[in-house]
Design a protein. Structure first.
Ligand code: SAH
Length: 220
């Protein structure tokens, strides 16, 4: 088994993952589909080998280039909120990062479109998802604050970096009845929001206080 990163040995064992899931449940995550997908998704392949032993702690970890893989609680929470509205087949993700959130979503919806601005992260995430034999994801290297117009509208849009204000373009690319889950605010006062579209009107629900890396305009 040497060299098989998916095998999951030692600190990356199934038991370690099960403990993480129990913790997410304790923290209030209720979506069983999301929990089951997270139970079987190997988070350690999305971080550097030196950090693999910490991959099942409920914490964000550095992935290089000043970015982080989101905390498992946040991944679970955003997934649960995104899918909480019923039918959600087509999802746009802004901020691929490590690709972990992408992999979780890809196992829960038909098609994921994921945008990242840092070439190295974009390439690494593609590789990790290929390793997991996940094929229903399209990746794009660009500034995601403009969304990804070509495939709009989306039933769900998830943004994993925080802008100060919600980009108008993302609202425009939301399908009728669609849901946008996005952190926004200033660096030390970000709030996770659910924005739901109903025809031409949008309603906002304020959720958890969070701490995300900033959404940066422009390609890298
Ligand atoms: N869900 C990812 C989170 C990574 S951190 C994970 O769990 O691994 C947020 C990511 O958003 C970073 O990779 C960062 O480069 C990216 N990002 C920031 N601004 C962006 C923009 N304007 N367009 C696309 N990606 C962006």
């Amino acid at each position: 088994m040497a060299g098989n990163k998916l095998a999951g040995i030692g600190m990356t064992s199934q038991r370690t993952r099960d403990r993480l899931i129990a913790r997410l449940r304790d923290e209030g995550i209720e979506d069983e589909r999301a929990l089951e997908v997270m139970r079987t998704t190997p988070r350690h392949i999305f971080v550097d080998e030196a950090l693999a032993s910490r991959a099942y702690e409920d914490t964000a970890l550095p992935i290089g280039y000043g970015q982080t893989i989101s905390q498992p609680y946040i991944v679970a929470r955003m997934t649960e909120v995104l899918l909480g509205g019923g039918q959600c087949n087509k999802v746009l993700e802004i901020g691929t990062g490590s690709g972990y959130q992408t992999a979780v979503l890809a196992q829960l919806v038909d098609q994921v479109y994921s945008v990242e601005r840092i070439p190295e992260l974009h390439a690494r995430a593609r590789k990790a998802l290929a390793e997991m034999h996940i094929r229903n994801v399209r990746f794009q290297l660009s500034d995601g604050s403009w969304g990804w117009k070509q495939f709009a509208p989306y039933d769900g849009i998830i943004v994993t970096a925080a802008p100060e204000q919600v980009p108008e373009e993302l609202l425009a690319q939301l399908a009728d009845g669609g849901r946008l889950v996005i952190p926004s605010g200033s660096a030390n006062a970000q709030r996770l929001r659910l924005i739901s579209r109903n025809g031409e009107s949008f309603s906002e629900t304020l959720l958890d206080w969070v701490s995300f890396v900033p959404l940066i305009k422009g390609e890298n």
